[in-house]
Design a protein around this ligand. Structure first.
Ligand code: GNR
Ligand code: NI
Length: 172
């Protein structure tokens, strides 16, 4: 497993729409392992492949903060089936928008259909942080970042700050 460099805003690659995976093979599994390693080493709870520069519809997540109790989740070609009318607000951050946080409203619950690490079809009912995180990650697959939901002023202030530092960050 390899720790990869996480791309950060305003890197244009993050705005690409990721492509569906045709088959979950060795290459995809290796990518998922690298993504997981990269996510853990950056202390994130989720990571989309595009964040390490690969435009495939693949997400890894582990919303448990406890290092001793890891529960990695893998999502290939995820599709949201049901979105709750009810919204919930969560203070979001993003490894591609370092050190910036904002409250974002998203559907409180959702159902996700996806392929797992072994290419098997699964359905997950998510709520709370899990629902927030999966929706945040699925936005990455469409080239969307949480700052896109903020006012023009707030968004441009964040991009201005980030533009001053290097556009890539080495994750140790
Ligand atoms: O590590 C992360 N934490 C987080 C907190 C609230 C809402 C979403 C997230 S996802 C983020 C990792 C990341 O950027 N994934 O794309
Ligand atoms: Ni993110």
């Amino acid at each position: 497993m390899t720790v990869k460099i996480i791309l950060t805003e305003p890197n244009k690659i993050l705005r690409q729409v990721s492509k569906p995976v045709e088959r979950v093979g060795k290459e995809e599994q290796k990518l998922m392992n690298d993504m997981l390693e990269t996510m853990y080493s950056a202390n994130g709870i989720g990571l989309a492949a595009i964040q390490i520069g690969v435009p495939k519809r693949i997400i890894v997540m582990d919303i448990r903060k406890d290092e001793n109790k890891r529960e990695p989740m893998f999502f290939v070609n995820p599709v949201i089936k049901n979105k709750d009318e009810l919204k919930s607000t969560y203070e979001e951050g993003c490894l591609s928008v370092p050190n910036q946080f904002a409250e974002i409203d998203r559907p409180k619950k959702c159902e996700v259909e996806y392929l797992d690490y072994y290419g098997e079809k699964k359905i997950l009912k998510a709520e709370g942080l899990l629902a927030t995180c999966i929706q945040h990650e699925m936005d990455h697959l469409e080239g969307i970042l949480f700052i896109d939901y903020l006012s023009k002023l707030k968004k441009s202030m964040i991009i201005k700050k980030l533009s001053k530092i290097k556009s890539t960050r080495i994750v140790v």
